[in-house]
Design a protein around this ligand. Structure first.
Ligand code: ZN
Length: 121
């Protein structure tokens, strides 16, 4: 069994990809294409992604909290359909340092804002 410890960046990316691949539009229930998700922001174990339904054009925000349980597979909790105000509240749960912001900008630049490329990296 794998030793418990902080999730690696690779683990996080795999978790995120697995989760978004299961999502359906809340409005029309059309499945989302994981390729359409973009990473809006990430702070340590919390990632914010957004997409727009290809079918009905409904915007969707996804906040994913990731944690590693010593006994279990890596777990991730998914929160969707937040308003921009709620997203702002979520972001205030943790202090955001300049380094975090720079990290995200660098990641997004490398991936052209495309989550699939980011996850594949
Ligand atoms: Zn839809």
């Amino acid at each position: 069994m794998k030793a418990a410890g902080p999730l690696s960046e690779g683990d996080k990316r795999r978790l995120v990809l697995r989760l978004v691949a299961r999502l359906r539009c809340a409005k029309c229930e059309h499945p989302y294409d994981p390729h359409d998700f973009t990473l809006v922001h990430s702070w340590q174990d919390m990632w914010v992604l957004s997409t727009r339904c290809r079918h009905c054009n409904e915007p969707c925000h996804v906040v994913i909290f990731m944690r590693l349980d010593a006994e279990l597979e890596p777990q991730a909790e998914l929160v969707t359909d937040l308003t921009p105000e709620e997203l702002r509240d979520e972001s205030q749960r943790r202090p955001i340092t300049l380094d975090d912001v720079l990290d995200v900008h660098i990641l997004l630049e490398q991936a052209d804002g495309n989550l699939e490329r980011l996850l594949a990296g």
